[in-house]
Design a protein around this ligand. Sequence first.
Ligand SMILES: [Zn+2]
Length: 367
Amino acid sequence: MNSDTMVKRTRNQEKIGGQPWLQAMAFGFFATAAMAFGGPALAQGPVAQTQLSGAVIFMFHRFGEDGVPSTNIRLEQFQAHLAELNSGGYTVMGLPEIVQAMGDDQPLPDRTVGLTIDDAFLSAYTEAWPALREAGFPVTVFVSTDVVDAGGAQYMNWDQIRDLAAQGVTIGAHSASHLHMIGPSMDQITGEIERSNSRFQAELGFTPTLFAYPYGEMSLAVRDVVIGAGFVAAFGQHSGVAEAGLDRFYLPRFSLNEQYGALSRFTLAANALPLGAREIVPAEPALTSNPPAFGFTVSEVIGPIDQINCFASHESTPARLERLGARRFEVRLQTPFPAGRGRFNCTAPADDGRWRWFGMQFYIPAP
Ligand SMILES: [Zn+2]
């Protein structure tokens, strides 16, 4: 595959306005966040120069399967997303190239976007791929091999996955059985990845280098298995901008479905900038204390940070922030997360109505 098909640049000067309510909508906390953010952040002039570049990576599942709205994107929504990416000064880049640039400490173009599709639903082949190919946008499809082997009618078969790979689609790994990876023994996790790799090798003639955790659930022990298996990067399902300063084995992706698939929310996310969160605690996403003592330091590269807000996925008001010095933030919740997945979203206004965005997903074991 040549570089022309790996990277699709678009040129246009369209910019989004600063609309705090969009931010609130993105979190599902409409009214409270609108109050918390105050007024629009419509700074004039050029975007502040920072040395911190990143990529916004989107995650899709199904296309035009309107009976399953929580994992589906409607075709008219998807077409609007592609039109936006074709018209707004974005650089749509393949995930392998994004990861390579981060590893080499090479800057990514402003508004770099990566596209991913999880689970190998047939509609990715019949609906998404023709539109992506037409647009010239690279995409990565994360495949759970048992699911394909089972031959369900709503999933792609190996012929179709081979066809995608032959046309330049990146195939990533997503475990064999699409299991929850926190809980099973490390032998079981290792066996999942070995089985998945042997199926990819047999069917495609290669094994993937990129991994996506099912449900975005990661623990440090699971991460160690993924690294030990030779993957070069791994992805979660928490919002935020992927950048070289974050854990290469737990990179964020913005999830898109019918509820969060409006063009306004897509554009807001596509224009997001890194927050530059460093020294993130707790380092272990599989929580041992709840609520967690969540905290991070904002990189000095970002410049002054005046307004920052963090939301937890189970609370409807912004979390209390304790600021230590100029750049350290400790996030304190009123209530523990319920069992399962819990997320934080932290944002700060940037110039031109754009937002810096850092998210984190934790896993809370059942009591
Ligand atoms: Zn999945």
